[in-house]
Ligand binder design. Sequence first.
Ligand SMILES: C[S@@+](CC[C@H](N)C(=O)[O-])C[C@H]1O[C@@H](n2cnc3c(N)ncnc32)[C@H](O)[C@@H]1O
Length: 426
Amino acid sequence: MARKQDILKLFEKIEIDPSWAFADKTRKDTAYITHGYHRYPAKFIPQIVSRLVAKYTKEGDLVVDPFGGCGTTLVESKVMCRPSIGVDINPVAVLMTKAKTAPIKPLVLAPTFIELKYRLGSYGSQTKVETPDHERINYWFKPEQKRKLAFLSSEISKIKDRGARDFFYCGFSNILKNCSIWLQKSNKPTRDFEKKPADPFIVFSRQIKAMLRGNTDFYNLLQERGCIETFCKVYCTDARKIPAKSNSVSLIVTSPPYVTSYEYADLHQLTVLWFKYIKNLSDFRKRFIGTAYHSNKELVLNSEIAEATKKALLQKDKKTAEGVSTYFGEMNQVFEEMRRILKKGGRTAIVIGNTKLKGVEILNAEVFAGQLINLGFDVEKIIKREIPSKNLPSTRDPKTGRFAKTTDKNKILAYPTEYILIFKKI
Ligand SMILES: C[S@@+](CC[C@H](N)C(=O)[O-])C[C@H]1O[C@@H](n2cnc3c(N)ncnc32)[C@H](O)[C@@H]1O
């Protein structure tokens, strides 16, 4: 068992490496090719992934991301001709990843869009539209937007080519917030009765034009590098059941969810509702690691620091202590699965920051390092990087630990720095 003191000492020595901040990168750089298709909270920048992939793999090596999110790892692996597998429990993330990783011939996509726009032009008050009769859709959308969105979605469903259909559905998903009365500046599900929701056809057209440029750049880059056919697949499943053979993977690059931070299930409920991805929102929430809706299972924490954190939190708040303990137990299970799929000598690179809950330091990076060592990994390198302020995900409320608005002066910064834990399977 890795000792608490040894792990803490290991981290004390680590200094910030400025070359990993990518402070000179603009939004244009981080959203290049297909990366800007869809907003996604806490996504990492592609430059981190490409540097790791270049250093630890060669062409043809398999790369995996068990918490794939909107597909950053897979897109970067594809442009570097590395086959890749992504996993995410969130069907909305999987839709985005499919759209972002599938290069479509620009000469096929542009006419499909023209045809779609032509059909949208036929819409009028007399057009027969089957609008969804769902209490939550009525909660978020005004009748006019709801009707137009229903028409748009039904027209997209008629597109025969699967890749093109996913492309347009991804664009559709990204405009839903604008077209609803969801408070535009908020990541939390809050209604804004003053909001004037956008016209679905106008914002969709703008959205697709930008995506078409991204697809063309992606397609040309892949063609230039001979990577169009490079294998790339995403699965909607749990990170503890990765559909990859044992000892087959050269590199894992991932950024795990944080404990009780973003509730992805709530955040993406607009898309989930429109596409009828789930029946029950509360069951859906429970599938996410790091959710506030923790299970009561007694899991192995496999880390002295995790045990100490649980103990300290129990003095403050039992529910938070249980949530954090479940999180660390579940992450340990993910690391076991990572170990199974990695080749001997294969690396895992985990991007993670530390935080504070109920006044207790939550040393995610130190806990993960201890768990990985206990599971049979060696430390290859631990990088400490500054997160340039424009990329800061948010701030946390010091009392509750929940994400809050960056404008509030009383809130503390969430992750001014984070770590990249690079561990090798021995
Ligand atoms: C920090 S995000 C990853 C973002 C990603 N690096 C990107 O660039 O888009 C963490 C992801 O973990 C996913 N997740 C949470 N619980 C999961 C589970 N049990 N299995 C698989 N994925 C899960 C969430 O849906 C979320 O997409």
